[in-house]
Ligand binder design. Structure first.
Ligand SMILES: *Cc1c(COP(=O)(O)O)cnc(C)c1O
Length: 384
């Protein structure tokens, strides 16, 4: 039986599937079992920022596994130590400590717990259309009855306010508010870009009320938006959640914390968190980001792609918006059929809500590959 039939038979059917079997990738290209080539404008939702099959990262993983693959964080380890120092040296100045975990939801989970432990308060303010993952703590912050309803009751203490609406956010603050959690650009929620004045107002409010600001950069991190962390274009958070592309495709997450974080010893730990294998992959991946100038590439190719998309004449497009290489094409109708049509023409894209096509190309993508993507998008969206 082929991969599709086996997965259909054996995997719990929780993923909305696309009907291709991917077997190989290189750079910004993907290949299916029939050998057909695709241009990847999705990066596994922002995991594959450095592209597929990077040799520098592959070597680092191989060497590290042969040296010491696992080392529980009750022991010190030089690779973990170097990564902690490196990430904190790259992150905004108020972030001084790091906690390593294994995924985005786990990073959010950690940040929520750290906010409660540090403030002695329980309330978390999140946003409508916000996405923070699907474990119980993260799920309570995530917006959307379709995600929450099957698993009720939710963790207590969460409220949701409209994104970019400071008055509504301020009204929902009370003496129990521990933290506000925000994405600098809402990814799953439709590629909605944060308003700088809103973020500054929230930062000031948090400072004056003793509330912690959690920024969820699981999707926007590591160059995606044209700066290494998107928060550099907004405000400094007290807790910064990262994951997805952190370790070049190896599962890893982290919470970077300001000095406001006080968490009792043993209260929050992780068996795999900070394992040397993932740390070595992350160090190598950060080297690729630096050596290949991927942050600058995201900025320049992002504006090139945005311009190209805005030049497409189609009465189906409502708006094109983006920051760096994180771009949304909002349609006046359901986007699903277009995602399928694009795939049939060799272009892999994502949805972000019912009406938005989301583009998250690997930051290593070549200009010619973007041009090819634009050509096909033009064909499909203008019905040529
Ligand atoms: C993907 C994502 C998460 C969840 O990450 P997982 O690794 O799937 O748990 C959380 N927040 C944001 C903004 C994300 O894009």
């Amino acid at each position: 039986m082929n991969a599709k039939d086996l997965e259909e038979r054996y995997m719990l059917p929780v993923y909305p599937r696309r009907d291709i079997v991917l077997v190989k990738g290189k750079g910004a290209k993907l290949y299916d079992e029939k050998g057909l080539e695709y241009i990847d404008l999705a990066s596994n939702v922002g995991v594959s920022n450095i592209g597929h099959a990077n040799e520098h990262v592959a070597r680092a993983i191989y060497e590290q596994y042969l040296t010491l693959g696992n080392c529980y964080s009750i022991f010190y380890n030089p690779v973990r130590a170097r990564l902690a120092e490196k990430l904190l040296s790259l992150a905004p100045g108020r972030l001084k400590k790091i906690f390593f975990c294994n995924s985005g939801a786990e990073a959010v989970e950690g940040a929520i717990k750290f906010a409660r432990a540090s403030t002695g308060k329980t309330g978390i303010i999140a946003t409508m259309r916000g996405f923070h993952g699907k474990t119980f703590g993260a799920l309570a912050a995530t917006w959307g009855p379709e995600y929450q309803k099957p698993f009720a009751p939710m963790l207590q203490g969460f409220t949701h306010v409209p994104y970019n609406n400071f008055m509504k956010l301020k009204e929902s603050v009370n003496e129990e508010t521990a933290a506000v959690i925000l994405e600098p650009v809402q990814g799953e929620g439709g590629v909605r870009i944060g308003d700088k004045d809103f973020f500054q107002a929230v930062r000031d409010l948090c400072d004056s009320e003793g509330i912690l600001l959690i920024m969820d950069e699981v999707q926007t991190g590591f160059g995606r938006t044209g700066t290494l962390f998107a928060c550099e274009q907004f405000v400094e958070p007290d807790l910064l959640c990262v994951a997805k592309s952190l370790a070049g495709g190896i599962p890893m997450g982290a919470v970077l914390c300001s000095e406001a974080a006080h968490v009792p010893v043993k209260s929050h730990t992780s068996t795999f968190g900070g394992n040397p294998l993932a740390c070595a992959a992350a160090l190598a991946s950060l080297e690729v980001v630096e050596k290949e100038g991927l942050v600058e590439k995201a900025r320049s190719l992002g504006s090139y792609l945005l311009d190209g998309l805005r030049a497409i004449r189609s009465d189906k497009i409502r708006e094109v918006r983006g920051l760096g290489l994180m771009i949304g094409i909002e349609l006046k109708e359901k986007a699903g059929p277009y995602v399928q049509a694009l795939m049939e023409k060799g272009i892999i894209v994502l949805l972000a809500g019912p009406n938005v096509i989301r583009l998250l190309p690997p930051l290593v993508i070549a200009k010619e590959e973007i041009d090819q993507g634009l050509k096909v998008l033009q064909e499909v969206l203008s019905g040529e």
